[in-house]
Design a protein around this ligand. Structure first.
Ligand code: ADP
Ligand code: ASP
Ligand code: MG
Length: 421
């Protein structure tokens, strides 16, 4: 059994959906679970629907959703012939789920509504992809992942109930492969015990695919991307970046954690835990070798550059010149845990602690306020965190040229710098 994941870019238009079909045809006779994301930038558009709805702009939310519906139906109409009516009926259920909600007034949290609305992106894309594949002779079964993948109710950042989901996979999912070799489902979304939709965090469908690979004991997971593989930097910013043929799980988890968008950081653990290889392949040219990620260590790697933007540096100074010892640090970690914040970098001194964190929502204000009873707190925003694995001194100099270095940490393998423009 293999698991394939097609992301937003790989199914963003008709030609690309057809191309995904061509890829699958070359694997004829093999059992493959196909996990898809929402098409193109649909998730961003759905986020706007959720925001308008929650801000009380009901008409605006309905108009924005109508545009998403229209795009979807136009695409389905062009792509499908025989399968159109069935796909339309299936999509109508999804539209109705969302529109029912948009006609109400918000009484629960934003995150709850976000998940109920945003999950429709993956449902719709999987419906059209499944219908198109069936029409193209790639017989497949479509599954609403919300019947299989159970999560807790931390909306927008839900955690998977592994026991329940594994049981469902064994009893309700694996038997579907007796009906057809290909099963199609959604990444990024799941459902709570109360049957409410939940999402696993932005870009989370790589992670869903890895969870399925783990639970299905798959022989490999292949993630199809619009790049030649995992590269030495984001090719959008560094055109000279090169694809790296082999990487270890450890290398990739480090890259992803510090911001390499190509793979969601949570993807690696479920694969490493069962030693399942991960292939990152280019859907634009499937002859390219791509990148194989496994437990094999890879010596002689080039410098690998990762940039995480939208960082804030929080500088904490003890109020009365007492040491920033175990008690203040323990108190700070309690505050971080309470705010669900992970420091990307942390540096301690005699009376100072510096932490670099993602600047998300209003978490920093809340943390700064809470920490101000123990520390004098200063916050600098709009920074970026540069990570260079396998660095050379000249690569650091080049990449920091003209920037102000706010914090620097270096091990023999990795250099990390917090930079201001
Ligand atoms: P998906 O279609 O699965 O959502 P993404 O757009 O999230 O794919 O991820 C692919 C993008 O990741 C590429 O287009 C590329 O610009 C970016 N990227 C960032 N860092 C890297 C890297 N080190 N190697 C390859 N791609 C990278
Ligand atoms: N569609 C979701 C997002 O854009 C999940 C994903 O693409 O992985 O975040
Ligand atoms: Mg993505």
């Amino acid at each position: 059994m293999k698991v394939f994941k097609f992301g937003g870019a790989s199914i963003s238009n008709m030609d690309r959906i057809a191309q995904a079909g061509d890829i699958l045809k070359t694997y004829g006779g093999q059992k493959i679970l196909v996990v898809v994301s929402a098409m193109g930038k649909t998730t961003n558009s759905l986020e706007k629907v959720a925001e308008a709805f929650y801000n009380g702009q009901q008409d605006e939310a309905l108009t924005l959703f109508e545009a998403i519906k229209k795009n979807f139906l136009t695409l389905a109409n062009y792509l499908l012939v025989k399968g159109y009516n069935d796909a339309y009926a299936q999509a109508l259920d999804i539209f109705t789920e969302v529109e029912w909600l948009l006609h109400d007034r918000p009484v629960r949290s934003f995150d709850y509504y976000y998940d109920q609305i945003v999950c429709s992106g993956e449902l719709l894309s999987s419906i059209v992809v499944s219908a198109y594949f069936n029409e193209a002779g790639i017989r497949n079964t479509w599954v609403d992942v919300r019947d299989i993948l159970r999560t807790d109710n931390r909306f927008r950042d839900a955690s998977i109930d592994w026991l329940f989901t594994q049981e469902k996979i064994n009893t309700a999912f694996i038997p579907l492969f007796d009906v057809s070799d290909i099963v199609i489902t959604q990444g990024f979304i799941g459902a709570t015990a109360e049957n409410e939709s939940s999402t696993l965090g932005r870009e989370g469908s790589d992670y869903s695919a890895a969870v399925f690979a783990n639970m299905l004991q798959a022989s490999e997971l292949t993630i199809w991307k619009d790049v030649a593989g995992v590269m030495s930097a984001d090719p959008r910013e560094f055109p000279q970046a090169t694809a790296i043929p082999h990487l270890s799980y450890e290398e990739v988890i480090e890259m992803a954690y510090y911001g390499a968008q190509v793979i969601h950081p949570k993807t690696i653990k479920p694969l490493q835990n069962k030693n399942i290889p991960l292939q990152v392949k280019c859907f634009l040219d499937r002859e390219l070798p791509g990148t194989l990620i496994s437990d094999q260590q890879t010596p002689d790697l080039p410098p690998i550059i990762v940039i995480k933007r939208n960082q804030a540096l929080i500088s904490l100074h003890t109020l009365d010149f007492s040491f920033a010892g175990e008690k203040p640090i323990a108190a700070l970690y309690r505050l971080l845990a309470g705010a669900h914040m992970q420091p990307n970098l942390l540096q301690t001194g005699a009376i100072r602690i510096e932490i670099c964190v993602d600047d998300k929502d209003d978490k920093i204000e809340k943390l700064a306020l809470a920490a101000s009873t123990i520390f004098d707190v200063q916050v600098e925003r709009g920074l970026s965190l540069l990570t260079i694995r396998h660095y050379r001194e000249d690569s650091i100099a080049q990449l920091t040229d003209g920037k102000k270095i706010r914090l620097r940490q270096q091990t023999p393998k990795t250099a990390q710098l917090v930079l201001a423009d």
